[in-house]
Design a protein around this ligand. Structure first.
Ligand SMILES: Cc1cc2nc3c(=O)[nH]c(=O)nc-3n(C[C@H](O)[C@H](O)[C@H](O)COP(=O)(O)OP(=O)(O)OC[C@H]3O[C@@H](n4cnc5c(N)ncnc54)[C@H](O)[C@@H]3O)c2cc1C
Length: 380
């Protein structure tokens, strides 16, 4: 612990997956933590999520892997590939890397349950950061709070990053629709990823006979909204193979989520003085590798391990070094995947499907395990 005998303290900005995991990890090494979340209720909206073995290793360091595992379904990601007409391009193999598919809300609930209510403050929007002090509008009133460390886990549009660093989210010319079907409405389903030209659809089974689906597609302009998002996504993939259209139709229209795919340019450092960036605030990446939340979870455990091992300055320097080296090449690779996935050319599409069909299983595993072969440091 960095303050000798006295307990160190942190303000965590944002109660997303990154902020909550950071709060749990810091408490595990004996810090006192205050989480400030601008939303009136701490809850994750959103659809499904795949957690790769690296994230499960980080959750194990917090003794949370089994709790999360109990809320998920073991499956593969990108193991079964199909064409829009339903032809199988590739079938999953025993060698494929396994992932855990979870509902975001359920992962979030597990994380929340590990923190005392007194550590979590909703309706608490951070308005500014100066050194280790933040100004927060809590339930309509402005307050100043200080701690040894400010952990900015306030997402891709992070106010902390935009003010203490600089740089906004970068639109990557892609947009995504997501949803989860009601229990049993379309069941059973098999995990699959369908490769269209410039458009892909994913299907992942969740517990209780629910299904997480997503569609990612090229988008000429950012922030485009449709009066009926469900109709729009059906317009694009309504003629695709079963069960893709059925899953979209089964999802209550008001629960069809639509977001553009954005990331950020790499930062020179994740640490300035006593402010540290974590999760999407530090390294938002497009979801093409399915690693954004996994990396936020890794960040949290590595930060706590680094701070447990040394004084605050050295711990933060170690976090900065280790995390940028790991996550920035990944974000670059995700951007490169965007370019591949957005290519509408017939030849490029053919090359992509042929490669998927011909790559030997061991090489496929090596490619997908490139980012997920990672073991978390131990926490005291
Ligand atoms: C379509 C899609 C699919 C994805 N699929 C996967 C996947 O399968 N696997 C995976 O690992 N990742 C996936 N991701 C990425 C993943 O969703 C993100 O990387 C992850 O949610 C980031 O978590 P975070 O806690 O850093 O940020 P966020 O979840 O954005 O949380 C930030 C929190 O900060 C709060 N906040 C913001 N500003 C303030 C402020 N000023 N004051 C107080 N609070 C504030 C927000 O309200 C929010 O609660 C996907 C992303 C998308 C878009």
């Amino acid at each position: 612990m960095s303050n000798g005998q006295q307990s160190s303290s942190a303000i965590v900005v944002g109660a997303g997956i990154g902020g909550l995991t950071a709060a749990i990890a810091l408490r595990q090494i004996g810090w006192s933590v205050t989480v400030l979340e601008r939303a009136p209720i701490i809850a994750e909206v959103g659809a499904g999520l795949t957690l790769w073995p690296n994230a499960l290793s980080a959750l194990a360091a917090l003794d949370l892997d089994q709790k999360v595992e109990a809320r998920g379904v073991r499956t593969v990601s990108r193991g079964n590939l199909r064409t829009p007409r339903g032809r199988w391009v590739r079938r999953s193999r025993p060698e494929d890397v396994g992932v855990l598919a979870v509902h975001r809300a359920e992962l979030h609930a597990v994380l929340r349950s590990m923190l005392p209510e007194s550590a979590l403050h909703t309706d608490a929007e951070v308005l500014s950061v100066d050194g280790r002090t933040v100004v927060c509008r809590c339930a309509g009133e402005e307050h100043e709070l200080s701690a040894d460390l400010v952990v900015a886990a306030d997402g891709v549009n992070s106010l902390v990053r935009r003010t203490v660093w600089s740089g906004s989210a970068v639109f990557q010319g892609r947009t995504a629709w997501r949803g989860v079907t009601p229990s049993g409405s379309v069941w059973p389903v098999e995990e699959s990823l369908t490769l269209g030209r410039g458009i892909q659809a994913g299907v992942l089974p969740l517990p209780d006979e629910r299904v997480y689906w997503f569609v990612t597609a090229n988008a000429a302009e950012a922030n485009r909204e449709y009066a009926d998002e469900q109709a729009e996504v059906l317009r694009r993939v309504g003629g695709w193979h079963d069960p893709v259209p059925a899953l979209i139709r089964a999802t209550p229209p008001d629960q069809v989520l639509h977001n553009d795919l954005v990331d950020i340019d790499p930062l020179d450092t994740f640490v300035k003085d006593r402010v540290v960036l974590l999760g999407d605030a530090a390294h938002a990446m497009t979801p093409d590798l399915g690693q954004g939340a996994c990396q936020a979870i890794e960040d949290a455990v590595v930060l706590a391990a680094a701070l447990a091992d040394s004084d605050l300055d050295s711990g933060l320097a170690a976090y900065d070094r280790v995390r940028r080296a790991r996550v920035q090449p990944m974000a670059t690779a995700a951007r490169a995947s965007v370019r591949r996935n957005s290519n509408t050319g017939r030849a490029a599409h053919l090359a992509m499907t042929l490669a998927a069909r011909l790559v030997p299983p061991a090489k496929w595993r090596a490619m997908t395990a490139q980012w997920s072969d990672w073991a978390a440091p131990k926490l005291p």
